[in-house]
Design a protein around this ligand. Structure first.
Ligand SMILES: C[S@@+](CC[C@H](N)C(=O)[O-])C[C@H]1O[C@@H](n2cnc3c(N)ncnc32)[C@H](O)[C@@H]1O
Length: 307
């Protein structure tokens, strides 16, 4: 019988190669990423690769942040078990004695478990709050930046935050003027839902007429819009794979660094893109770039292949 792949383990000697400089096996054991005898199973290895790669890519930004700010605030949106936050804390907040990792998570059980872990580890500035990401974003206009206990948000990370929680993280980061925003989106349903029934009205409708294409096109379009919105708000954006596709299907990293106040050219490109599509009242667009719909359609129910 074939061995269960996720149970296969990586021997301790090879585990060392997966670690970042300054990263301890003790923390990874506490997080149950490593087993008690210091081994990795296939699932944990995938997770560790994602987290470490992202932590590594963020190194120049965090270096700058810890040099510029006395007490930087790193916000993890949809933190789950907080693996990424714990690793960032160990690498940056612990050695410097500065900085806070604020984790926003809606699930009470995860908040309780991670808070307990933070306490066990003595990570006093690894903070968990049970609330939705959007709750930290003021309802009023763009001029009011989100703050946490009067502190500005310096970096926003969101690793696989579900569907529109990624957009909430992007909005939070943009409105905070955070120098760095890094998101690895998860499942995406909003745009596919908005595209449903519109294919027969749009010149390019064949791209999303079939449900499976609509899901894929919708996910792709979502990330294209996200990247353009970030650019329009003055971020320099890189879109890459986080790790090899064999490690995760949800693998697209959108890494954004604030370089200017606004970018009119990027906004125009976004408007041109949207003008070629049916009216898409995507929450992120509606909240950050409200205005007349570029190409509103009186969509009738259209005949499309069933799911
Ligand atoms: C797929 S998990 C990823 C967790 C973690 N970032 C990781 O990579 O291991 C997504 C998490 O986001 C949380 N979540 C979903 N929507 C959220 C929201 N609007 N605000 C805060 N957390 C949310 C879920 O409860 C879940 O724990």
């Amino acid at each position: 019988m074939a061995a269960n792949k996720s149970r296969q383990t990586t021997p301790a000697a090879r585990v060392q190669r997966e670690l970042l400089p300054e990263q301890s096996t003790a923390l990874l054991q506490e997080l149950h990423i490593l087993t008690r005898d210091g081994q990795l199973n296939a699932d944990s290895r995938r997770k560790l690769k994602q987290i470490n790669h992202l932590a590594n890519l963020l190194t120049p930004d965090l270096e700058r942040l810890f040099a510029d700010e006395r007490d930087p605030l790193i916000l993890d949106a949809g933190a789950g078990n907080g693996y990424l936050g714990f690793v960032l804390y160990e690498l940056w907040c612990q050695p410097t004695g500065r900085g806070t990792v604020l984790n926003l998570e809606v699930r009470a059980d995860l908040v309780a478990r991670a808070s307990e872990r933070a306490q066990t580890l003595g990570y006093a500035r690894m903070v968990y709050e049970q609330q939705a990401v959007a709750a930290l974003v003021p309802a009023e206009g763009l001029d009011r930046p989100p703050v946490w206990h009067d502190r500005p948000v310096d970096a926003v990370v969101a690793l696989h935050a579900c569907d529109t929680a990624t957009d909430d993280a992007i909005e939070l980061g943009i409105r905070a003027g955070a120098p760095v925003i890094a998101v690895v989106p998860c499942c995406q349903a909003e745009i596919a839902r908005l595209l449903a029934g519109t294919a027969v009205h749009a010149p390019a409708g064949a791209l999303w007429r079939h449900p499976i294409h609509r899901r894929e096109f919708g996910a792709n379009l979502t990330n294209v819009i996200r990247a353009h919105v970030l650019e329009a708000f003055g971020y320099q954006v890189t879109v890459t794979e986080l790790t090899g596709w064999e490690h995760s299907l949800k693998n697209e990293l959108i890494l954004a660094r604030k370089v200017q106040r606004r970018n009119g050219l990027a906004l125009k490109q976004l408007q041109q893109l949207l003008a070629g599509l049916p009216y898409l009242p995507m929450g992120l667009l509606e909240r950050l770039l409200p205005g007349p719909a570029p190409l509103a359609q009186d969509a009738e129910p259209a005949s499309e292949p069933a799911t």
